[in-house]
Design a protein around this ligand. Structure first.
Ligand code: PLP
Length: 377
């Protein structure tokens, strides 16, 4: 008999693991699989981390994070995102993903329903199931934009939470302010919490980013340093929201986390003092344009891809996602099968977080496969 708890049965990260395993088996992989920006952590951020070590700032911090970091985050959220908040209504967490679990633990009881748009960032449904909540999926196909009537129709008296992620992983969709206002109105009408994952907020190429926390007080805004500041390994995220929820997360943090890394928090403070350069977004827009145009020219229907650094496209010729990924891997290209992000099994996700040359090589493989099989559509 296995010693592993039943709750792990809800958990399946095998598709991701497979992609990573395949990548590690290839001599020179063209890796368009992972959601990591190509940049290295900027020097001034690394220097702040090194300074924190040298100055012995290496003990626990308060469970909710350094006061000066929370102050800087409050300023950022108020001025950049229009979210009313204070240093006390923010908690620093060891990465947004851990924050997601802490929020779920704080607000969900077994049987509560959580609305997740499909396709999704995998932890949204899996962690919800793990804490005993019921996941209600609302498809965003074919455009990857939220289906407002379907969201409203999926609400029951058990609905506790709607999870919103714009710019979106894996589709790259950016939701309009109008749609976000509609979702907020629905949530307000039914007294439902909203989680707004804004980790890609600066990676927007069409339209603009709008924060639901600026209009709906029962929004739990989640963000972090991973993508924008190229700090995926430092593990700093943050959660801002209604005081009673932040207080509950702080209680949990006391036992679960103790505190996020003091060194990484000092580095994050330095990151917040300098906005990412405009050239960064231009560079990603250039890669997005190339990916969208090249895939469209091959006959793929490219929807979404207005932000973040992903394209989510249907595998051609009735291939399953796994079949397409196998074929791509045989030519050295690693992409992730869409089933890791969706209940549908026909899509693949390409990440253009990689550098331009790798993206170009990856697109050449996409072309080679398409040519082998004839026109995509
Ligand atoms: N949220 C989304 C939508 C993501 O795509 C990712 C990473 O791919 C994260 C959160 C991860 O954030 P963190 O590194 O802070 O855990």
């Amino acid at each position: 008999m296995s010693f592993i708890a039943q709750r792990l049965g809800y958990f399946d990260s095998s598709d991701f693991r497979d992609a990573v395993r395949k990548q590690s088996q290839l001599a020179n992989p063209i890796d368009l699989s992972i959601g990591v920006p190509e940049e290295l952590t900027p020097e001034h951020i690394k220097a702040a981390g090194i300074r924190a070590i040298q100055e012995d700032k290496t003990t626990y911090t308060p469970a909710n994070g350094l006061p000066e970091l929370r102050q800087a985050l409050a300023h950022k959220l108020q001025t950049e995102n229009g979210i009313p908040c204070s240093a006390d209504s923010i908690t620093v967490v060891p990465g947004l993903t851990t924050g997601q679990l802490l929020v779920y633990l704080a607000v969900l009881d077994p049987g509560d329903e959580v609305i997740v748009f499909d396709p999704y960032y995998p932890p949204y449904p899996h962690l919800a199931s793990m804490v005993g909540a019921q996941v209600v999926y609302v498809s965003t196909l074919p455009t990857f934009q939220p289906d407002i009537p379907a969201i409203e129709a999926s609400i029951t008296d058990k609905t506790k939470l709607i999870v919103v992620n714009t710019p979106n992983n894996p589709s790259g969709a950016v939701y309009s302010e109008e749609d976000l206002r509609r979702i907020a109105a629905i949530a307000e009408r039914h007294n439902i919490l909203v989680i707004s994952d804004e980790i890609y907020e600066h990676f927007v190429y069409d339209g603009g980013h709008f924060s639901m926390g600026s209009i709906y007080p029962n929004t739990i805004t989640m963000n972090g340093c991973s993508k924008e500041h190229a700090m995926t390994g430092w593990r700093i995220g943050y959660v801002a929201g209604p005081q009673e929820i932040i207080d509950a997360i702080n209680e949990l943090q006391q036992y679960v986390v103790m505190s996020s890394s003091s060194i990484a928090q000092h580095a994050a403070l330095a990151a917040l003092h300098q906005k990412p350069p405009e050239e960064l977004v231009k560079k990603y827009k250039h890669k997005r344009d190339l990916v969208a145009q090249s895939l469209s020219a091959l006959g793929f229907d490219v929807h979404g891809a207005q932000g973040a650094f992903y394209a989510f496209v249907k595998a051609p010729h009735d291939m399953t996602d796994v079949e397409f990924v196998e074929r791509a891997t045989s030519y050295g290209l690693v992409v992730v099968p869409g089933r890791a992000f969706s209940r549908l099994h026909g899509y693949i996700r390409l990440s253009y977080g990689a550098d331009l040359e790798t993206v170009q090589k990856g697109l050449a493989v996409m072309e080679r496969i398409s040519k082998e099989f004839g026109p995509v559509n």
